[in-house]
Design a protein. Structure first.
Length: 74
């Protein structure tokens, strides 16, 4: 636990840590808002499910492609 406290005392790391967490929270709110707005406008659970799947496509593609470039198999 002491190591984590020491890392958070580093101003640069603490700023990055806070910024990344705020970004994650805001992205989550945006995703929930899009899904809620779509359901409210259409009342179609199928469209809500499809929108959730479509929102994951960029992460799946970039994670798969960039993961191989960042960590090449030796």
């Amino acid at each position: 636990m002491k190591r984590y406290v020491m890392m958070l005392r580093n101003r640069s790391f603490a700023s990055l840590f806070i910024a990344m967490n705020l970004n994650t929270i805001s992205q989550t709110f945006a995703n929930v808002s899009i899904v809620w707005l779509l359901y409210h406008a259409t009342n179609e659970p199928l469209l809500v499910a499809l929108s959730g799947g479509v929102m994951m496509i960029p992460a799946l593609i970039s994670g798969t492609l960039l993961g191989g470039l960042i960590y090449p198999v030796k």
